[in-house]
Design a protein around this ligand. Structure first.
Ligand SMILES: [Zn+2]
Length: 52
């Protein structure tokens, strides 16, 4: 399993990093639009992912 922890407290766990990237991009769009109006690049999200 892969997981990601957002500094805001949001946490997600999935089987593949691909899924996690999608979920995180949606999360950023919904919750962190002000900080990241363009969203986060895939590479940056991949760096935030750890094994769970
Ligand atoms: Zn967040």
């Amino acid at each position: 399993m892969k997981k990601i922890n957002c500094p805001c407290g949001f946490e997600a766990k999935t089987h593949t990093a691909d899924e996690l990237v999608k979920i995180t991009q949606l999360h950023v769009q919904e919750v962190h639009k002000q900080d990241h109006p363009q969203g986060l690049p895939r590479e940056q999200i991949l760096q935030m992912i750890t094994d769970a």
